[in-house]
Design a binder for this molecule. Structure first.
Ligand code: GAP
Length: 432
Protein backbone atom coordinates (compact mmCIF):
# COMPACT_ATOMS: atom_id res chain seq x y z
CA UNK A 1 0.00 0.00 0.00
CA UNK A 2 1.37 3.44 -0.78
CA UNK A 3 1.18 6.26 1.74
CA UNK A 4 -1.97 7.76 0.24
CA UNK A 5 -3.84 4.43 0.48
CA UNK A 6 -2.67 4.03 4.06
CA UNK A 7 -3.97 7.49 4.99
CA UNK A 8 -7.32 6.91 3.25
CA UNK A 9 -7.71 3.57 4.99
CA UNK A 10 -6.76 4.99 8.41
CA UNK A 11 -9.15 7.93 7.92
CA UNK A 12 -12.06 5.61 7.17
CA UNK A 13 -11.26 2.98 9.79
CA UNK A 14 -10.64 5.38 12.66
CA UNK A 15 -13.39 7.90 11.93
CA UNK A 16 -11.57 10.84 10.35
CA UNK A 17 -13.09 10.88 6.84
CA UNK A 18 -15.89 8.82 5.28
CA UNK A 19 -16.92 8.78 1.61
CA UNK A 20 -19.94 11.07 1.14
CA UNK A 21 -23.41 9.41 0.90
CA UNK A 22 -21.70 6.04 1.27
CA UNK A 23 -24.75 3.81 1.86
CA UNK A 24 -26.20 5.08 -1.44
CA UNK A 25 -23.07 4.12 -3.35
CA UNK A 26 -21.42 7.47 -2.70
CA UNK A 27 -21.37 10.83 -4.46
CA UNK A 28 -18.08 11.37 -6.27
CA UNK A 29 -15.81 14.02 -4.83
CA UNK A 30 -17.76 14.54 -1.61
CA UNK A 31 -16.60 13.52 1.85
CA UNK A 32 -18.01 13.48 5.36
CA UNK A 33 -15.82 14.11 8.39
CA UNK A 34 -16.22 11.70 11.30
CA UNK A 35 -15.74 12.39 15.03
CA UNK A 36 -11.93 12.60 14.80
CA UNK A 37 -11.91 14.41 11.45
CA UNK A 38 -14.20 17.14 12.67
CA UNK A 39 -11.93 17.70 15.69
CA UNK A 40 -8.83 17.92 13.48
CA UNK A 41 -10.55 20.26 11.02
CA UNK A 42 -11.90 22.49 13.78
CA UNK A 43 -8.47 22.60 15.43
CA UNK A 44 -6.84 23.70 12.15
CA UNK A 45 -9.43 26.46 11.74
CA UNK A 46 -9.09 27.45 15.41
CA UNK A 47 -5.31 27.76 15.12
CA UNK A 48 -5.68 29.80 11.93
CA UNK A 49 -8.20 32.18 13.53
CA UNK A 50 -6.05 32.59 16.60
CA UNK A 51 -2.93 33.25 14.57
CA UNK A 52 -4.37 35.54 11.89
CA UNK A 53 -7.27 37.28 13.61
CA UNK A 54 -6.99 37.18 17.40
CA UNK A 55 -3.25 37.80 17.51
CA UNK A 56 -3.25 40.53 14.85
CA UNK A 57 -4.85 43.83 15.77
CA UNK A 58 -5.04 44.96 12.13
CA UNK A 59 -7.01 41.92 10.88
CA UNK A 60 -10.80 41.86 11.33
CA UNK A 61 -12.94 38.71 11.30
CA UNK A 62 -16.03 38.22 9.17
CA UNK A 63 -18.59 35.50 8.50
CA UNK A 64 -20.30 36.40 5.25
CA UNK A 65 -23.01 34.49 3.39
CA UNK A 66 -22.63 31.51 1.09
CA UNK A 67 -25.44 32.95 -1.03
CA UNK A 68 -24.72 36.45 -2.28
CA UNK A 69 -26.48 38.80 -4.66
CA UNK A 70 -25.80 37.31 -8.14
CA UNK A 71 -24.60 40.71 -9.39
CA UNK A 72 -21.57 40.19 -7.14
CA UNK A 73 -20.37 37.37 -9.39
CA UNK A 74 -20.73 39.60 -12.44
CA UNK A 75 -18.76 42.39 -10.75
CA UNK A 76 -16.08 39.98 -9.53
CA UNK A 77 -15.61 38.68 -13.09
CA UNK A 78 -16.52 35.10 -12.11
CA UNK A 79 -19.47 34.81 -14.50
CA UNK A 80 -17.26 35.78 -17.46
CA UNK A 81 -13.75 34.90 -16.30
CA UNK A 82 -13.95 31.98 -13.85
CA UNK A 83 -13.99 29.26 -16.47
CA UNK A 84 -12.42 25.88 -16.95
CA UNK A 85 -11.77 24.46 -20.39
CA UNK A 86 -13.24 21.00 -20.59
CA UNK A 87 -12.47 18.18 -23.03
CA UNK A 88 -14.17 14.80 -23.14
CA UNK A 89 -12.81 11.46 -24.35
CA UNK A 90 -14.98 10.42 -27.29
CA UNK A 91 -14.44 6.73 -26.41
CA UNK A 92 -14.71 6.34 -22.61
CA UNK A 93 -16.42 9.73 -22.04
CA UNK A 94 -14.09 10.65 -19.20
CA UNK A 95 -13.85 14.44 -18.80
CA UNK A 96 -10.69 16.42 -18.20
CA UNK A 97 -9.68 19.97 -17.53
CA UNK A 98 -7.51 20.91 -20.50
CA UNK A 99 -4.80 22.46 -18.28
CA UNK A 100 -4.56 19.18 -16.32
CA UNK A 101 -3.73 17.22 -19.50
CA UNK A 102 -0.40 19.05 -19.87
CA UNK A 103 -0.47 18.95 -23.69
CA UNK A 104 -1.61 15.29 -24.07
CA UNK A 105 -3.64 14.81 -27.27
CA UNK A 106 -5.25 11.46 -26.36
CA UNK A 107 -7.25 10.27 -23.34
CA UNK A 108 -4.74 9.28 -20.61
CA UNK A 109 -7.15 6.55 -19.48
CA UNK A 110 -8.01 4.69 -22.72
CA UNK A 111 -6.05 6.45 -25.50
CA UNK A 112 -9.29 7.60 -27.22
CA UNK A 113 -9.58 10.84 -29.19
CA UNK A 114 -10.56 13.99 -27.31
CA UNK A 115 -13.44 16.33 -28.10
CA UNK A 116 -13.04 20.00 -29.02
CA UNK A 117 -12.43 22.12 -25.88
CA UNK A 118 -15.56 23.65 -24.31
CA UNK A 119 -15.86 26.53 -21.83
CA UNK A 120 -17.37 25.58 -18.51
CA UNK A 121 -18.29 27.79 -15.52
CA UNK A 122 -17.51 25.75 -12.38
CA UNK A 123 -19.95 27.70 -10.17
CA UNK A 124 -22.92 25.78 -8.77
CA UNK A 125 -26.18 27.38 -9.80
CA UNK A 126 -29.30 27.39 -7.66
CA UNK A 127 -32.60 29.29 -7.53
CA UNK A 128 -33.98 31.55 -4.83
CA UNK A 129 -37.74 31.29 -4.37
CA UNK A 130 -40.26 28.89 -5.85
CA UNK A 131 -39.84 29.92 -9.51
CA UNK A 132 -36.85 28.59 -11.38
CA UNK A 133 -36.30 31.39 -13.90
CA UNK A 134 -33.32 33.55 -14.83
CA UNK A 135 -34.42 36.26 -12.41
CA UNK A 136 -34.06 33.90 -9.45
CA UNK A 137 -30.64 32.38 -10.29
CA UNK A 138 -28.07 32.43 -7.50
CA UNK A 139 -24.66 30.82 -7.14
CA UNK A 140 -23.03 28.98 -4.27
CA UNK A 141 -19.87 30.98 -3.64
CA UNK A 142 -16.75 29.53 -5.32
CA UNK A 143 -14.49 31.54 -2.97
CA UNK A 144 -15.09 33.23 0.38
CA UNK A 145 -13.28 36.38 -0.78
CA UNK A 146 -16.24 38.23 -2.33
CA UNK A 147 -18.20 38.55 0.92
CA UNK A 148 -15.11 40.32 2.25
CA UNK A 149 -15.00 42.85 -0.59
CA UNK A 150 -18.69 43.64 -0.31
CA UNK A 151 -18.29 44.27 3.44
CA UNK A 152 -15.22 46.50 3.02
CA UNK A 153 -17.31 49.66 3.52
CA UNK A 154 -19.05 48.22 6.60
CA UNK A 155 -15.73 47.45 8.28
CA UNK A 156 -14.37 50.91 7.43
CA UNK A 157 -17.51 52.57 8.84
CA UNK A 158 -17.59 50.48 12.04
CA UNK A 159 -13.89 50.27 12.88
CA UNK A 160 -12.06 53.08 11.01
CA UNK A 161 -8.99 50.91 10.38
CA UNK A 162 -5.76 52.34 8.98
CA UNK A 163 -3.92 50.78 6.07
CA UNK A 164 -2.56 48.20 5.93
CA UNK A 165 -5.42 46.16 7.39
CA UNK A 166 -7.03 42.83 6.59
CA UNK A 167 -10.42 41.15 6.70
CA UNK A 168 -10.39 37.40 7.33
CA UNK A 169 -13.00 34.75 6.82
CA UNK A 170 -13.23 30.98 6.99
CA UNK A 171 -16.05 29.00 5.43
CA UNK A 172 -17.42 26.74 2.76
CA UNK A 173 -16.83 27.25 -0.94
CA UNK A 174 -18.24 25.18 -3.78
CA UNK A 175 -16.86 24.32 -7.21
CA UNK A 176 -18.29 22.05 -9.85
CA UNK A 177 -14.89 20.43 -10.41
CA UNK A 178 -14.35 18.36 -13.55
CA UNK A 179 -11.29 16.47 -12.42
CA UNK A 180 -12.06 14.00 -9.69
CA UNK A 181 -9.94 11.98 -7.35
CA UNK A 182 -7.02 12.23 -4.94
CA UNK A 183 -9.19 11.86 -1.86
CA UNK A 184 -10.03 15.21 -0.21
CA UNK A 185 -7.47 17.15 -2.29
CA UNK A 186 -10.06 18.36 -4.80
CA UNK A 187 -13.67 18.21 -3.70
CA UNK A 188 -16.91 19.83 -4.79
CA UNK A 189 -17.44 21.39 -1.38
CA UNK A 190 -14.51 22.56 0.72
CA UNK A 191 -13.50 25.18 3.25
CA UNK A 192 -11.27 28.17 2.71
CA UNK A 193 -9.41 30.36 5.19
CA UNK A 194 -8.89 33.65 3.38
CA UNK A 195 -7.61 37.14 4.11
CA UNK A 196 -7.96 40.20 1.91
CA UNK A 197 -5.11 42.43 3.03
CA UNK A 198 -5.65 46.05 1.97
CA UNK A 199 -2.51 48.01 1.15
CA UNK A 200 -1.15 51.00 -0.76
CA UNK A 201 -0.35 50.06 -4.34
CA UNK A 202 3.32 51.01 -4.13
CA UNK A 203 3.90 48.58 -1.23
CA UNK A 204 2.49 45.45 -2.85
CA UNK A 205 5.77 43.65 -3.45
CA UNK A 206 7.04 43.92 0.12
CA UNK A 207 3.65 42.78 1.50
CA UNK A 208 3.60 39.92 -0.98
CA UNK A 209 7.03 38.72 0.23
CA UNK A 210 6.01 39.09 3.88
CA UNK A 211 2.87 37.01 3.33
CA UNK A 212 4.89 34.26 1.65
CA UNK A 213 6.94 33.89 4.79
CA UNK A 214 3.91 34.18 7.10
CA UNK A 215 1.96 31.46 5.27
CA UNK A 216 4.93 29.14 5.19
CA UNK A 217 5.76 29.68 8.89
CA UNK A 218 2.16 29.00 9.86
CA UNK A 219 1.86 25.67 8.10
CA UNK A 220 5.29 24.53 9.29
CA UNK A 221 4.28 25.36 12.87
CA UNK A 222 1.21 23.19 12.33
CA UNK A 223 3.45 20.21 11.51
CA UNK A 224 4.06 20.26 7.75
CA UNK A 225 7.71 19.57 6.87
CA UNK A 226 9.62 22.45 5.31
CA UNK A 227 11.33 20.13 2.83
CA UNK A 228 7.92 19.21 1.35
CA UNK A 229 7.03 22.84 0.57
CA UNK A 230 8.00 25.00 -2.41
CA UNK A 231 6.73 28.15 -4.14
CA UNK A 232 5.70 28.26 -7.79
CA UNK A 233 4.93 31.46 -9.65
CA UNK A 234 2.02 31.38 -12.13
CA UNK A 235 2.90 32.07 -15.75
CA UNK A 236 1.07 35.05 -17.27
CA UNK A 237 -1.36 32.85 -19.22
CA UNK A 238 -2.23 30.93 -16.06
CA UNK A 239 -3.15 33.92 -13.87
CA UNK A 240 -6.75 34.23 -12.65
CA UNK A 241 -8.71 37.06 -14.24
CA UNK A 242 -8.20 39.26 -11.15
CA UNK A 243 -4.52 38.68 -10.51
CA UNK A 244 -1.32 40.47 -11.49
CA UNK A 245 0.89 38.00 -9.61
CA UNK A 246 0.03 34.64 -8.06
CA UNK A 247 2.32 32.19 -6.34
CA UNK A 248 1.24 28.78 -5.11
CA UNK A 249 2.70 27.29 -1.97
CA UNK A 250 3.01 23.71 -3.20
CA UNK A 251 3.25 20.53 -1.17
CA UNK A 252 4.88 17.28 -2.15
CA UNK A 253 1.75 15.06 -2.12
CA UNK A 254 2.22 11.32 -2.92
CA UNK A 255 0.41 11.96 -6.25
CA UNK A 256 2.74 14.83 -7.20
CA UNK A 257 3.76 18.34 -6.18
CA UNK A 258 0.46 20.28 -6.08
CA UNK A 259 -1.04 23.52 -4.81
CA UNK A 260 -1.55 23.66 -1.08
CA UNK A 261 -2.30 27.41 -0.83
CA UNK A 262 -2.46 30.40 -3.14
CA UNK A 263 -1.14 33.92 -2.67
CA UNK A 264 -2.44 36.53 -5.13
CA UNK A 265 -1.92 40.22 -5.77
CA UNK A 266 -5.49 41.14 -6.79
CA UNK A 267 -4.64 44.83 -7.33
CA UNK A 268 -7.75 47.05 -6.90
CA UNK A 269 -9.68 44.84 -9.35
CA UNK A 270 -12.42 43.71 -6.96
CA UNK A 271 -13.12 46.92 -5.03
CA UNK A 272 -13.11 48.96 -8.25
CA UNK A 273 -15.58 46.62 -9.94
CA UNK A 274 -17.85 46.43 -6.91
CA UNK A 275 -17.84 50.23 -6.71
CA UNK A 276 -18.81 50.37 -10.39
CA UNK A 277 -21.53 47.71 -10.23
CA UNK A 278 -23.04 48.78 -6.89
CA UNK A 279 -22.69 52.53 -7.38
CA UNK A 280 -21.21 52.79 -3.87
CA UNK A 281 -18.04 54.62 -2.84
CA UNK A 282 -15.50 51.93 -1.90
CA UNK A 283 -12.44 54.03 -1.25
CA UNK A 284 -10.29 54.69 1.75
CA UNK A 285 -9.36 58.07 3.14
CA UNK A 286 -6.01 58.47 4.85
CA UNK A 287 -6.89 60.14 8.19
CA UNK A 288 -3.75 62.31 8.16
CA UNK A 289 -3.20 63.33 4.55
CA UNK A 290 -6.90 63.08 3.61
CA UNK A 291 -5.79 61.40 0.38
CA UNK A 292 -8.64 59.22 -0.93
CA UNK A 293 -8.05 56.11 -3.04
CA UNK A 294 -9.08 52.51 -3.62
CA UNK A 295 -6.63 50.24 -1.79
CA UNK A 296 -4.88 47.34 -3.49
CA UNK A 297 -5.11 43.81 -2.12
CA UNK A 298 -2.84 40.89 -1.28
CA UNK A 299 -4.80 37.69 -0.79
CA UNK A 300 -3.45 34.69 1.15
CA UNK A 301 -5.90 31.86 0.50
CA UNK A 302 -5.63 28.54 2.32
CA UNK A 303 -7.72 25.38 2.02
CA UNK A 304 -8.74 23.53 5.18
CA UNK A 305 -8.92 20.07 3.53
CA UNK A 306 -5.53 20.39 1.85
CA UNK A 307 -4.03 21.44 5.19
CA UNK A 308 -5.74 18.45 6.80
CA UNK A 309 -4.26 16.09 4.20
CA UNK A 310 -0.76 17.60 4.32
CA UNK A 311 -0.55 17.42 8.14
CA UNK A 312 -1.74 13.80 8.13
CA UNK A 313 0.79 12.81 5.44
CA UNK A 314 3.68 14.45 7.26
CA UNK A 315 2.63 13.15 10.67
CA UNK A 316 2.31 9.51 9.55
CA UNK A 317 5.11 7.17 10.62
CA UNK A 318 5.57 3.43 10.95
CA UNK A 319 8.13 2.23 13.49
CA UNK A 320 9.14 -1.39 13.95
CA UNK A 321 9.86 -2.55 17.48
CA UNK A 322 9.70 -5.63 19.70
CA UNK A 323 5.89 -5.51 19.71
CA UNK A 324 5.54 -5.26 15.93
CA UNK A 325 4.95 -2.27 13.73
CA UNK A 326 3.69 0.83 15.49
CA UNK A 327 1.71 3.25 13.30
CA UNK A 328 1.85 6.71 14.77
CA UNK A 329 0.47 10.09 13.76
CA UNK A 330 2.97 12.57 15.17
CA UNK A 331 0.46 15.41 15.05
CA UNK A 332 1.16 18.73 16.70
CA UNK A 333 -0.72 18.34 20.05
CA UNK A 334 -2.55 21.61 19.34
CA UNK A 335 -4.43 19.98 16.45
CA UNK A 336 -4.58 16.35 17.64
CA UNK A 337 -8.26 15.22 17.92
CA UNK A 338 -7.80 13.86 21.46
CA UNK A 339 -5.16 15.45 23.68
CA UNK A 340 -5.11 12.66 26.26
CA UNK A 341 -6.40 9.08 26.63
CA UNK A 342 -7.17 7.62 30.06
CA UNK A 343 -7.05 3.89 30.80
CA UNK A 344 -7.64 1.73 33.88
CA UNK A 345 -4.89 -0.94 33.84
CA UNK A 346 -7.55 -3.67 33.86
CA UNK A 347 -11.27 -3.38 33.16
CA UNK A 348 -12.48 -5.77 35.86
CA UNK A 349 -11.13 -3.96 38.91
CA UNK A 350 -13.83 -1.56 40.01
CA UNK A 351 -11.60 0.86 41.96
CA UNK A 352 -9.25 1.29 38.99
CA UNK A 353 -12.13 1.93 36.56
CA UNK A 354 -13.78 4.41 38.95
CA UNK A 355 -10.52 6.34 39.44
CA UNK A 356 -9.83 6.39 35.67
CA UNK A 357 -13.37 7.68 35.03
CA UNK A 358 -12.88 10.41 37.63
CA UNK A 359 -9.66 11.58 35.92
CA UNK A 360 -11.28 11.34 32.49
CA UNK A 361 -14.23 13.48 33.59
CA UNK A 362 -11.94 16.11 35.14
CA UNK A 363 -9.76 16.46 32.05
CA UNK A 364 -12.59 16.42 29.48
CA UNK A 365 -13.89 19.75 30.79
CA UNK A 366 -10.76 21.38 29.33
CA UNK A 367 -10.07 19.42 26.11
CA UNK A 368 -11.14 16.27 24.23
CA UNK A 369 -10.13 13.09 26.08
CA UNK A 370 -10.51 9.41 25.12
CA UNK A 371 -11.35 6.60 27.54
CA UNK A 372 -10.44 3.01 26.75
CA UNK A 373 -10.64 -0.14 28.85
CA UNK A 374 -10.65 -2.76 26.06
CA UNK A 375 -7.86 -5.26 25.41
CA UNK A 376 -4.41 -4.99 26.91
CA UNK A 377 -2.52 -1.77 27.61
CA UNK A 378 -0.08 -2.30 24.71
CA UNK A 379 -2.94 -2.48 22.23
CA UNK A 380 -4.56 0.60 23.70
CA UNK A 381 -1.30 2.57 23.34
CA UNK A 382 -1.01 1.47 19.71
CA UNK A 383 -4.61 2.42 19.07
CA UNK A 384 -4.08 5.95 20.44
CA UNK A 385 -0.75 6.34 18.57
CA UNK A 386 -2.54 5.66 15.30
CA UNK A 387 -4.91 8.59 15.83
CA UNK A 388 -2.23 10.93 17.15
CA UNK A 389 -3.18 11.20 20.86
CA UNK A 390 -0.10 12.84 22.42
CA UNK A 391 -0.41 11.44 25.97
CA UNK A 392 -1.86 8.32 27.61
CA UNK A 393 -2.64 8.18 31.33
CA UNK A 394 -2.83 4.77 33.00
CA UNK A 395 -4.42 4.20 36.39
CA UNK A 396 -2.80 1.17 38.08
CA UNK A 397 -2.59 -0.43 41.52
CA UNK A 398 -0.01 2.10 42.70
CA UNK A 399 -2.54 4.87 41.94
CA UNK A 400 -4.77 3.52 44.69
CA UNK A 401 -1.85 3.82 47.15
CA UNK A 402 -0.19 7.13 46.28
CA UNK A 403 -2.58 8.92 43.85
CA UNK A 404 -0.06 8.92 40.99
CA UNK A 405 -0.52 7.63 37.44
CA UNK A 406 1.78 6.86 34.52
CA UNK A 407 1.87 9.36 31.67
CA UNK A 408 3.17 7.91 28.42
CA UNK A 409 4.45 10.18 25.67
CA UNK A 410 3.33 9.26 22.11
CA UNK A 411 6.54 10.29 20.35
CA UNK A 412 9.17 8.91 22.74
CA UNK A 413 6.95 6.14 24.24
CA UNK A 414 8.63 7.02 27.57
CA UNK A 415 6.55 6.82 30.73
CA UNK A 416 6.77 8.76 33.97
CA UNK A 417 4.79 8.89 37.18
CA UNK A 418 2.80 12.02 37.81
CA UNK A 419 0.59 13.03 40.74
CA UNK A 420 -3.08 13.05 39.76
CA UNK A 421 -3.46 16.58 41.22
CA UNK A 422 -0.81 17.87 38.81
CA UNK A 423 -2.17 16.27 35.62
CA UNK A 424 -4.44 19.03 34.34
CA UNK A 425 -1.93 21.80 34.92
CA UNK A 426 0.76 19.76 33.21
CA UNK A 427 -1.29 19.06 30.06
CA UNK A 428 -2.51 22.64 29.83
CA UNK A 429 1.13 23.78 29.99
CA UNK A 430 2.14 21.35 27.24
CA UNK A 431 -0.69 22.62 25.06
CA UNK A 432 0.26 26.27 25.39
N1 GAP B 1 -9.88 33.44 -3.46
C1 GAP B 1 -8.83 32.84 -4.19
C2 GAP B 1 -9.04 31.44 -4.50
O1 GAP B 1 -10.11 30.91 -4.29
P1 GAP B 1 -7.83 29.27 -5.36
O2 GAP B 1 -6.37 29.02 -5.62
O3 GAP B 1 -8.78 28.92 -6.43
O4 GAP B 1 -7.94 30.82 -4.99
C3 GAP B 1 -7.59 28.82 -2.82
O5 GAP B 1 -8.26 28.53 -4.03
C4 GAP B 1 -7.35 27.55 -2.02
O6 GAP B 1 -8.57 26.84 -1.82
C5 GAP B 1 -6.43 26.55 -2.73
O7 GAP B 1 -5.08 26.89 -2.55
C6 GAP B 1 -6.81 25.25 -2.04
O8 GAP B 1 -6.19 25.17 -0.78
C7 GAP B 1 -8.32 25.44 -1.81
N2 GAP B 1 -9.11 24.79 -2.89
C8 GAP B 1 -9.44 25.32 -4.08
N3 GAP B 1 -10.21 24.46 -4.79
C9 GAP B 1 -10.38 23.37 -4.01
C10 GAP B 1 -11.11 22.14 -4.16
N4 GAP B 1 -11.85 21.88 -5.24
N5 GAP B 1 -11.05 21.22 -3.16
C11 GAP B 1 -10.34 21.47 -2.03
N6 GAP B 1 -9.65 22.63 -1.83
C12 GAP B 1 -9.67 23.57 -2.80
Amino acid sequence: MDLMDKIISLCKRRGFVYPGSEIYGGLANTWDYGPLGVELKNNIKKQWWKNFVQKRAEIYGLDGGILLNPRIWEASGHVQGFIDILVECLKCHKRYRLDHLKGAKKCPECGGSLSEPRRFVPMFKTFIGPVEDTASVAFLRPETAQAIFVNFKNIIDSFHPRLPFGIAQTGKAFRNEITLGNFIFRSLEFEQMEIEYFIREENWESHFEEWKKTMEDWVIDLGVKKENLSWRRHADDELSHYSKRTEDLEFNFPFGVRELYGLAYRTDFDLKNHAKFSGQELSYQDPETKETYIPHVIEPSMGVERTFLAVLLDAYEEESGEKGIRTVLKLNPKIAPFKVAVFPLVANKEELVAKAREIYETLMVEFPVAFDDRGNIGKRYFSQDEIGTPWCVTVDYQTLEDNTVTVRDRDTTKQERVAVDKLLERFLNYLK
